[in-house]
Write a protein that binds this ligand. Structure first.
Ligand SMILES: Nc1ncnc2c1ncn2[C@@H]1O[C@H](COP(=O)(O)OP(=O)(O)OP(=O)(O)O)[C@@H](O)[C@H]1O
Length: 259
């Protein structure tokens, strides 16, 4: 990944208008993310996490401020930014390999396309399922297909908006290990939105905790722990505690009962 592919979010604000009422959903979001970094965004429901992701993906425009990748302003969706959602959003009538090939932007000879698809199927561990239809796969396998499809154009940034939210706890852990391997191999900048604090600590270089009304970055937490990370290590538990403390600040909840 080149130094020039840093992601800059500069004083971004988002106001939504519903009839005559405007809602300031995000205020003054200012983040610099280095090329190849893994960051997570956590925060209460409705604080604007998905809105921020949609703006980074070029699906929504900031009301104020700007978002740049490699110094170039994001104006619309492009192949430089991949996105994975909570649901896999696959074409049910296409096989695994055709779903993945569908995302290829470049005009390539059929042989090269085939090779690229095969590489990505291997990357997400779905060898032998090339000809399967989405309905013949488990939820975790479907999500692997959508990750492969999002990576096929080698995007500078991969946005993961609660990608494992619908999966059971064990499958989540497998998926987290998988995404870590892909990140180490591909060095794609990863932006993960999650409600799972342990997932954020397990994966990220930095975690941003958001507050709401309006949505803002309340705290940045650096995770300086070697990978793979033990989820019950002293340092891991301390970071978990610091994040919960941010969440429950000014609330009646006695956090010691929860940790
Ligand atoms: N297109 C839109 N028009 C009007 N309001 C919107 C629109 N999209 C989002 N909002 C509002 O913006 C706020 C933030 O929504 P968003 O989905 O970004 O939150 P979130 O932090 O991702 O929530 P969750 O964790 O529940 O998914 C909400 O109050 C939502 O109603």
């Amino acid at each position: 990944m080149k130094e020039s592919e840093n992601l800059e979010i500069e004083h971004v604000k988002k106001i939504f208008q519903i009839k005559d009422v405007s809602f300031e959903v995000l205020t003054d979001i200012d983040l610099k993310i280095r090329a190849g970094e893994f960051i997570s965004i956590v925060g209460a429901s409705g604080c604007g996490k998905s809105t921020l992701a949609r703006m980074i993906a070029g699906l929504e425009k900031p009301t104020d401020g700007e978002i740049k990748i490699g110094g170039k302003r994001v104006e619309k969706p492009s192949v430089h930014i991949g996105m994975v959602f909570q649901e896999a959003r696959l074409f049910p009538w296409l096989t695994v390999e055709k779903n993945i090939a569908f995302g290829i932007h470049e005009k390539l000879p059929a042989e090269e396309k085939k090779k690229l698809v095969a590489e990505h199927i291997k990357m997400v561990g779905l060898e032998n399922f090339e000809k399967a239809l989405p309905g013949q796969l488990s939820g975790g396998m479907q999500q692997r297909v959508s990750i492969a499809r999002a990576l096929i154009n080698h995007p500078a940034v991969l946005l993961l908006d609660e990608p494992f939210g619908a999966l059971d706890a064990l499958t989540r852990i497998h998926m987290q290990n998988g995404i870590l391997k892909i990140w180490e191999q591909e060095k794609t900048t990863m932006i993960l939105i999650t409600h799972d604090i342990d997932e954020a600590i397990f994966l990220s270089d930095r975690i941003f905790v958001m507050g709401k009304n309006p949505g803002e970055i309340k705290k940045e937490i650096r995770v300086d722990l070697a990978r793979p990370r033990g989820r019950n290590s002293y340092d891991f538990v301390n970071i978990r505690r610091a994040i919960y403390q941010e969440f429950f600040e000014n609330s009646e909840v006695e956090i010691e009962y929860y940790l």
